[in-house]
Design a protein around this ligand. Structure first.
Ligand SMILES: [Zn+2]
Length: 303
């Protein structure tokens, strides 16, 4: 389904093992593999002595213990959270309680747009709605630690509050779920927004960092070119959806069957919501009309 992107599906790391992936950055894998999380969530430790944690991860006792073990004898001064999905943010409270670190993120979880009637019930179990940062970060904000500097880079799309973090001394970007080497992320309304996601990709394409460290999977190398592949992939998906609408396929299940050949059945609902994300954007851009508000059950036609 995404054969046009040069994915790297290798990650040679066992859960609980601390590895210095790049000088000055350690990573640790949580044992929460799934079709959405690949081999699991990666937590990162930046610096030595007085360190920052990026994405403390899920509420998993073993992972939290391993993360605290990894920084034993050091001081955790900052905890950065890329976004409020349950595989990234819930451990922040426990790591904060154990270390006294300050928790920084764009903000609490929120949908990307106003909810349609009846939509609230659909809100994802994967959202961490309890999370609240101690400090809300603005786009471009610089946070200085001991021997490290982090720039907050707002990258909404996968969630409305998604942030990437540029590690200045390492000339790299912690890309969260926005850009990953193994797969594209789910972009599903109402929490996600295709329009925001594309704008965030264009923002990253213009940045210089050659290396991204994502929330799942291995290192993204030659990152600006990889981001370009991501952008082209979504543009081709737009074109495919328009083509199927032209053929008279008017509902999301038909379009999913036509586009996602051989898809893992566990991913079919997410694929439907991804097509909805594209359609929502195409409706906003005046290319497509929907009966009523764009929704998973609506019918669509070309304009
Ligand atoms: Zn996520």
């Amino acid at each position: 389904m995404s054969d046009d992107i040069p994915f790297d599906k290798t990650l040679d790391l066992a859960p609980g093992v601390v590895e210095e992936v790049i000088p000055g950055v350690r990573r640790l894998l949580a044992d929460n593999p799934s079709p959405f999380t690949f081999k699991g969530t990666l937590s990162y430790v930046v610096g030595r002595g007085h360190v920052a944690v990026i994405d403390p991860g899920p509420l998993d006792d073993n992972h939290i213990a391993a993360l605290l073990d990894a920084v034993r004898g050091e001081t955790v001064t900052h905890i950065f959270v890329t976004h409020t999905h349950r595989d990234h943010s819930p451990a922040a409270a426990r790591i904060k309680a154990a270390t006294g670190a300050v928790v920084l993120a764009q903000g609490p979880h929120r949908p990307a747009r106003a909810l349609h009637a009846g939509e609230a019930a659909r809100l994802e179990a994967s959202n961490d709605t309890e999370f609240k940062p101690d400090q809300a970060l603005a786009d471009g904000q610089i946070v200085e630690g001991s021997g490290w500097t982090i720039e907050a880079v707002a990258t909404p799309g996968h969630t409305a509050n998604h942030m990437a973090f540029a590690f200045k001394e390492g000339n790299l970007l912690f890309s969260g779920d926005h850009v990953m080497a193994w797969s594209t992320p789910v972009v599903a309304p109402p929490d996600g927004s295709m329009r925001d996601y594309m704008a965030s990709l264009e923002k990253l394409r213009a940045r210089a960092e050659p290396i991204y460290l994502p929330g799942h999977g291995g290192i993204v190398r030659d990152a600006p070119r990889f981001v370009e592949h991501y952008i082209q992939h979504r543009q081709r998906r737009d074109a495919a959806i328009l083509q199927h609408l032209a053929k008279g396929e008017t509902d999301i299940p038909s379009i999913v069957r036509a586009i996602y050949i051989g898809l893992d059945p566990r991913l079919v609902p997410a694929a439907g919501r991804s097509v909805l994300a594209h359609l929502e954007d195409l409706v906003a851009r005046g290319r497509v009309a929907s009966e009523g508000k764009p929704s998973i059950d609506a019918h669509y036609r070309l304009r």
